[in-house]
Each structure stands twice: as structure tokens, then as C-alpha cells.
Design a protein around this ligand. Structure first.
Ligand code: ADP
Ligand code: MN
Ligand code: MN
Ligand code: MN
Ligand code: MN
Length: 310
């Protein structure tokens, strides 16, 4: 990493700087194998900095990394379930009839067959690209709404969670482009009786993973319950406005206005998976983050609340 130079680009073309003072600096932070050009070629993940050396507005990695360094002894692990929706180039969900709607939800989740599942070739190509890259991708599934999918990255410790997920998102858009298909991370692409898209975040510390870790899990849930609004504001890029359309209390979500927790409860803010409750150790699942949330913001606030007790 030290061998890679700091570089710069035209930030006025990306809404990150004015045209009179347009240079935005790229600081290399993580290296991946390039699944498109192969061989010795690399993809370099960078942080962005303004001309005066301060992080640009969208650089949430800087503070996340500081928090992860403070919390190294907790060994925080994350597993994020990234849901997304494939769209045709007319921005209509991929595989949906052009004049009307598919049959109601039910047969699509983890489905198989040409009338139930749309875009598996894209999903599989993306999965392979992530594996080649060195991203800790751990699975995929077709979602409840037709044309909607999920991939899971994790468990990843500390800052690696945000790094791997950002590169995995880039690869998804890039791979889908080759199929002439768009990807949206909008948390509620189709209003009405269609599931929205989230980024469930599974989280644990060493203490939670050890014997009788359920005590630490319950302590974490208590801390989370006292910081609900603060977390909601970090769980989408618009301080909760995007998630408002998704966290309605219907379609396997909790209400954005209330905090709740429960074993195996998919209508709660926090779910304790059944096996974790049985074995009294493991992790918790925060079901609130929106599909378009910044994984750096989500992992940072979880560590701040649960580990650093801020
Ligand atoms: P769901 O049943 O909610 O659909 P998934 O199987 O999609 O769950 O995702 C579970 C995620 O939890 C995976 O990304 C996995 O890596 C992650 N995970 C498993 N164990 C832990 C742990 N101890 N700490 C943090 N994340 C974990
Ligand atoms: Mn140039
Ligand atoms: Mn899942
Ligand atoms: Mn899901
Ligand atoms: Mn989940």
C-alpha cells in the first residue's frame, strides 16, 4: 500500500469540489485483484480529501477507521446483507411485465425457475467477481420481490467491512452494466405491497462470541434501545428520510418510530437469531439499516454505541 502514490481527480465533475479549485485527492487504502483485466492488475480503494487536507463530505471512512482503531480489543465483526433491485434500462424492475405487475409475492424468495427468478446470470457473475477480488462474500439469495436479490459479505473485522462492501457494490454496478441492466439500492423501489430493500447488519464482539455471550448481547441491545434515533439518522444517506418509506412495520420491518428486539423476530429492530438464543453466544442482527446506507457509517455507530459507550 505504501508503494501507491496519492493521486487526484476533477472533483468539480463529481459534485465534490468547485471548478476553480477542483482537485480532490485520492489516498489509497485497500487493494483488490481486478476481476476484469486479470493478471497483475489491481483495483485500488481510495479515501477522498479536499485541497485543504480535510476529508470530503462523502468520506465517512476516515472517522470510521479512527473508531475501529480505538475498538481493536473488542474484535468487532460485521456481516452485512446487501439487498438490491435489478432494473431494465427503462428503470422498470427487471423481469416484470412491461404493462402491469407480476403475481403477488410468495414464490420468488430463494426461488428457482424462469418465471420466478430474474437475473441469476448477473448474480452469479458478480459472486465470482467478488471471490476473485478477495472480497469476503459469503452468499447470495433471490428476494421476496421478483427482480430483487441479496448478497452477504462477512464476517469482516473492523474497517474491512466497509471496504469490502463498497468494492462489492462497485462490482455489482459494473457487472450488471455488461448485461445492459441497472442496479438500484433504493430502499423501496416499488411502492405498495412489495418488499423494500435493506442492509441487515449482523454484529458481534469477542465477548458476545465467547461462552455465555448472550449477556453482552443483551447489554448491547439495551444500549441500542437508548440511541434509536441517532442510529436511524446514520442508517441511510438522508438521515432517515429514505428509510421512512421502508420501515413501516409491514413487509418484515419494524416501525421507524419504535425500537424493539426479539428472538427470531423479523418484525423487530434487532433480531437475536434462534441458534444464538439456544447456544447463548454469537451475534445480533440490526435490521434497520437501509439498502443505500453507508457501511462505514453503520459499522462506526454500532461500535460507538456498543463498545465505546458514547
Ligand atoms: P438472515 O437469516 O438474516 O437472512 P444471512 O444468512 O443472510 O442472515 O446473513 C447472516 C450474516 O451474518 C452473514 O453475513 C454472516 O457472515 C454474518 N455473521 C455470522 N456470524 C457472525 C458473527 N459472529 N458476527 C457478525 N456477523 C456474523
Ligand atoms: Mn485525468
Ligand atoms: Mn439474508
Ligand atoms: Mn434479505
Ligand atoms: Mn437478515
Amino acid at each position: 500500500m505504501l508503494d501507491l502514490p496519492i493521486w487526484n481527480f476533477d472533483g468539480s465533475s463529481t459534485g465534490q469540489a468547485s471548478s476553480e479549485n477542483s482537485d480532490v485527492y485520492l489516498h489509497p487504502v485497500a487493494l483488490y485483484r481486478d476481476p476484469f483485466t486479470l493478471g497483475n492488475n489491481k483495483i485500488v480503494l481510495c479515501e477522498t480529501y479536499k485541497h485543504d487536507g480535510t476529508p470530503s463530505e462523502t468520506n465517512n471512512r476516515r472517522t470510521c477507521n479512527e473508531v475501529m482503531k480505538k475498538a481493536t480489543d473488542f474484535h468487532p465483526w460485521f456481516g452485512m446483507e446487501q439487498e438490491y433491485t435489478l432494473l431494465d434500462t427503462d428503470n422498470h424492475p427487471y423481469g416484470w411485465p412491461k404493462n402491469g405487475y407480476p403475481g403477488p409475492q410468495g414464490p420468488y424468495y430463494c426461488g428457482v425457475g424462469a418465471s420466478r427468478v430474474f437475473g441469476r446470470d448477473i448474480v452469479e457473475a458478480h459472486y465470482r467477481a467478488c471471490l476473485y477480488c478477495g472480497i469476503n462474500i459469503s452468499g447470495t439469495n433471490a428476494e421476496v420481490m421478483p427482480g430483487q436479490w441479496e448478497f452477504q459479505v462477512g464476517p469482516c473485522e473492523g474497517i474491512v467491512m466497509g471496504d469490502d462492501l463498497w468494492v462489492a457494490r462497485y462490482l455489482l454496478h459494473r457487472v450488471a452494466e455488461d448485461f445492459n441492466i441497472n442496479v438500484t439500492l433504493d430502499p423501496k423501489p416499488m411502492p405498495g405491497d412489495w418488499n423494500g430493500a435493506g442492509m441487515h447488519t449482523n454484529f458481534s464482539t469477542q465477548e458476545m462470541r465467547d461462552a455465555n455471550g448472550i449477556v453482552a448481547i443483551e447489554r448491547a441491545i439495551d444500549r441500542l434501545s437508548k440511541n434509536h434515533q441517532k442510529h436511524i439518522e446514520a442508517y441511510d444517506p438522508n438521515k432517515g428520510k429514505d428509510n421512512e418509506r421502508r420501515l413501516t412495520g409491514l413487509h418484515e420491518t419494524s416501525s421507524i418510530f419504535d425500537f424493539s428486539a426479539g428472538v427470531a423476530n423479523r418484525g423487530a429492530s434487532i433480531r437475536i437469531p434462534r441458534p444464538v438464543s439456544d447456544e447463548k453466544q454469537g451475534y445480533l442482527e440490526d435490521r434497520r439499516p437501509s439498502s443505500n446506507a453507508d457501511p462505514y457509517q453503520v459499522s462506526e455507530i454500532l461500535v460507538r454505541t456498543v463498545c465505546l459507550e458514547e
